[in-house]
Ligand binder design. Structure first.
Ligand code: CP
Length: 311
């Protein structure tokens, strides 16, 4: 694997999911593969799971790991031909090439600004690293996608294996802040590649990018969408149409035990209890959010393994 910017970078998804589940049984089996190899992780934004699960994955493979919180480095410039007489001190051209001397794989987390849709969709940071790095680049959540999360989600659903073609519903839920579309986008892309009956539900005004949703059926009635669901995946996102705006904080959209019923409950975490979902769901046996977070390690590990095999 030369890069993991998007779930479409996975050549054989069913095989990759199977391999990740195998890695989970013997996480240290390929410890020699990463010997004398280094992963550099760059964080433009906060993280708990992505940071630690990716580090654990790399170490399981015998790699060294370096972490850089970008706010403690030089301010980066991404514009071509910029006259750098203002706040930026280093251009991505040098930064990415220099990092490529220090590391064998570079992983980047850079969230959207949620102000300018065109600017966010240009994925300036992620594609800047892709363009100028001379080593493989991993997306640890960009403006528009979170492919490591989506792979962990697919692994988690595969592990449930209680039904041949489960009904999976992605439900929007309220949140006080404007959140990105990345997790929802990648989950939608992933579910379209899996053997599931997939539906989306959200209030009017929260339509995701139609290029992601394609012909997935969308319900504006949450109760109707959740009927007979086997898996309920919950996530908040801000409006795409009125870009980055919070249009609705109606707590009638919060997920309750009654709404989830017998379905398995998924969320990428972190989650605001009793805003997005009530305690009774998260604390129930139907919640698989902890297993889902555990699978972040094996999603990252299978991606790193495939990269190391081609170095
Ligand atoms: N789900 C997820 O990406 O978690 P973090 O933001 O803590 O990394």
């Amino acid at each position: 694997m030369k890069q993991y910017l998007d779930i479409n970078d996975i050549e054989n998804l069913p095989e990759t999911i199977k391999e990740a589940i195998e890695l989970k049984k013997e996480p240290f089996k390929h410890k020699e593969l990463g010997k004398n190899k280094t992963l550099a992780m760059l964080f433009f934004n906060a993280s708990l799971r992505t940071r630690l699960s990716t580090e654990k994955a790399a170490k399981n493979l015998g790699m060294e790991v370096m972490v850089l919180n970008v706010d403690s480095a030089w301010n980066l410039e991404f514009d071509e031909g910029a006259i750098m007489n203002l706040g930026t001190a280093e251009h991505i051209k040098e930064a990415a090439q220099v990092l490529s001397q220090y590391a064998d794989v570079i992983a980047v987390r850079a969230f959207p600004g949620l102000v300018d849709r065109e600017q966010d969709e240009s994925e300036q940071v992620l594609y800047g690293f892709q363009k100028y790095a001379t080593v493989p680049v991993i997306n640890m959540e960009s403006s528009t996608g979170h492919p490591l999360q989506a792979l962990a989600d697919a692994i988690s659903i595969e592990e449930l294996s209680f039904k041949k073609k489960p009904k999976v519903v992605l439900s929007w839920a309220p949140h006080p802040k404007a959140l990105p579309h990345a997790v929802a986008n990648s989950f939608v892309q992933m579910m379209q590649k899996r053997e599931v009956d997939f539906f989306i539900t959200h209030p009017k005004g929260y339509e995701l990018n139609p290029e992601m949703v394609k012909d997935v059926k969308v319900y504006y009635d949450q109760e109707q969408a959740l009927e007979d669901a086997d898996i309920v995946y919950v996530k908040n996102w801000s409006s795409y149409k009125e870009y980055g705006k919070v249009l609705n904080t109606d707590n009638n959209w919060m997920l309750t035990k009654e709404k989830v019923g017998n379905a398995k409950f998924m969320h990428c975490l972190p989650v605001r209890r009793n805003v997005v979902v009530e305690d009774a769901v998260l604390d129930s046996e139907n919640s698989i959010v902890i297993q889902q977070a555990n699978n972040r390690t094996y999603a990252a590990q299978i991606v790193l393994k495939k990269m190391l095999e081609e170095l």
